[in-house]
Design a protein around this ligand. Structure first.
Ligand code: NAD
Ligand code: MG
Length: 396
């Protein structure tokens, strides 16, 4: 690829996106080097990654996990172990770092993502929740510091690839009329409400096309993932909600499209494998082998499309409503969803209770101007409390 080796910090390295990122990096040791790895508490997985990639730093979420990792690393290891938000901040802002893969799951990813943006890094953004929560702050930080935001979510990566060159802001000025955001429809695409009321966590996590972490898998089943992506698209591409259409495309071969005023529609296609958008982000503006099999259109044979059903999947409507409300409404929607998904995964509520919990939190917590991180984090906290109360009423 290029002459200089890119130094990468991978946040959320033990998760689905993190592991795929390390797979791509491992294929190109001459182009990319791991500067730091960060994870929550999975010490064994982190230990194996440290042994393979020899990062300068490894960050664990708390001191206990950090101590366990220090004990596990061989004496004389090149890796220094840090912990918590301060550790994350250090490894995303270090002057040696070129690229930060933001792949922590949920609102927990916001402070480090924001720190990478403020430090002017190339930000490979997988953690969509941080944008949904603090879109205003994050996009402002990107503009102020001159950071480069490259979307890793497959749809947004596709849209980025289909946009006119040099269209960082206001793509409508470059002849773009709409973003066509595709959705697989998830494992419950053809299920009735009654069937979904009995769905188990394992059924919700059995995505037909993608293998992902459990939280995003449940979001895909409820279509909240598409709701979060709808919000994400508005922020990243600087368009209004009326310029984003959601289209269900069950094969997940087209990863999204951009429609132009002259009638052209440009799509990005590929096998559903996150290593493609990850490799694109790592190597941008060049391309490298991602280890992904070439797309075989003859075997694919069909590409189908249908409209999403917001009656059976109210989460999509709730996300849309949060965009219309503006302010911290999106953070409230996101936080309530995280709490509801966790309760569903713990089998404390039904799958169909997820939108009920979110709607209740959105009704009870007032949206305000998201002037700084404190305001956003307060909204997040209040929404979590409201969601927990709603869950309490449901189960009592
Ligand atoms: P995952 O659950 O598989 O992995 C999450 C990672 O974050 C793990 O490494 C975990 O240790 C780490 N983590 C969790 N909480 C943390 C904390 N408080 N501090 C530090 N690290 C923490 O999740 P995933 O599927 O890899 O998704 C990661 C992010 O990427 C999510 O925001 C998701 O929406 C987004 N995303 C994922 C996919 C996919 O295909 N998996 C696609 C698009 C976007
Ligand atoms: Mg996606």
């Amino acid at each position: 690829m290029s002459s200089a080796v890119r130094q990468v910090s991978v946040l959320g390295s033990t998760g689905s996106i993190g592991v795929s990122t390390l797979d791509v990096i491992g294929r190109h040791p001459e182009d990319f080097q791991v500067y730091a790895l960060a994870a929550h508490r999975s010490v064994d997985a982190m230990l194996a990654q440290c042994e393979q990639f020899q990062p300068r730093y490894a960050v664990m979420a708390d001191e206990r996990a950090a101590e366990a990792l220090r004990k596990g690393l061989a004496a004389g290891s090149v890796t220094e172990v840090l912990c918590g938000d301060a550790g994350l901040e250090q490894v995303v802002t270090a002057p040696e770092v070129d690229c930060v893969m933001a792949a922590i799951v949920g609102a927990a990813g916001l402070p480090s993502t924001l720190a990478a943006a403020r430090a002017g890094k190339t930000l490979l953004l997988a953690n969509k929740e941080s944008l949904v929560m603090g879109g205003h702050l994050l996009m402002q930080a990107v503009r102020d510091s001159g950071a480069r935001l490259l979307p890793i979510d497959s749809e947004h990566n596709a849209i980025f690839q289909c946009m006119p060159a040099d269209s960082e802001a206001r793509p409508q000025l470059k002849g773009v009329s709409k973003i066509l955001l595709t959705a697989s429809g998830g494992p419950f695409r053809n299920w009735t409400h009654a069937q979904m009321a009995e769905a188990t966590p394992d059924q919700a996590c059995a995505h037909p096309n993608w293998s992902m972490g459990r939280k995003i898998s449940v979001d895909s089943a409820s279509l909240m993932n598409k709701g979060l992506e709808f919000i994400e698209a508005c922020w990243i591409f600087d368009v209004g909600p009326e310029q984003v259409d959601v289209i269900v495309h069950p094969q997940s071969i087209i990863h999204s499209m951009v429609q132009y005023v002259d009638g052209s529609v440009i799509a990005q296609l590929g096998n559903p494998d996150m290593r493609t958008p990850i490799a694109y982000g790592l190597a941008w503006p060049q391309r490298v082998d991602a280890g992904v099999a070439p797309l075989d259109l003859i075997t694919t044979a069909r590409l189908d499309f249908e409209a999403p059903d917001e009656q059976r999947f109210p989460c999509l409507r709730l996300a849309r409503e949060s965009v219309a409300s503006g302010g911290t409404a999106m953070a409230i929607c996101n936080a309530a969803n995280e709490v509801a998904v966790e309760a569903f995964l713990d089998e404390r509520i039904r799958f169909t209770d997820i939108p009920r919990v979110i709607e209740s939190a959105m009704e009870r917590v007032t949206s305000v101007e998201p002037t700084d991180l404190d305001v956003v984090e307060t909204a997040d906290r209040e929404a979590r409390e409201a969601a927990r109360e709603a869950i309490g009423t449901l189960v009592s």
